[in-house]
Design a protein around this ligand. Structure first.
Ligand SMILES: [Zn+2]
Length: 90
C-alpha cells in the first residue's frame, strides 16, 4: 500500500471525504503561509502570492493542482541553488 493510499481508508463514507477535504485545505493554507515569500494576499478568500506570480508563473495556492505546485517549488529551489553557486564562484 502506497503512503497516500492510507488516506483513502474509510473514504467510502461521505464524512471521511469531507474530513479529507478539510485536511487538504488546511495543509495548502499552511504551505501557502510558510513557503518563504512575503507577497501573500488572501483578502478575498483566495490564497495567492504576487512573488509566485512573478517568479514561478502561478499565484493560486487554493486551486492549482498540488503536483504543479510541487514541481514549480522544486524548479524555484534549483534556480536559487544555481544562483547561489554562481555568486560563490564569482
Ligand atoms: Zn509566493
Amino acid at each position: 500500500m502506497a503512503d497516500y493510499e492510507r488516506y483513502l481508508i474509510g473514504s467510502e463514507h461521505p464524512q471521511r471525504i469531507v474530513a479529507l477535504a478539510r485536511e487538504i485545505f488546511t495543509l495548502r493554507k499552511m504551505l501557502w503561509l510558510n513557503h518563504g515569500h512575503k507577497g501573500m494576499y488572501g483578502d478575498d478568500g483566495e490564497m495567492q502570492c504576487s512573488e509566485c506570480m512573478h517568479e514561478l508563473g502561478f499565484w493560486d495556492w487554493k486551486r492549482t493542482p498540488i503536483e504543479e505546485i510541487e514541481s514549480k517549488i522544486a524548479k524555484a529551489n534549483l534556480k536559487k541553488l544555481a544562483n547561489k553557486s554562481l555568486k560563490n564562484d564569482a
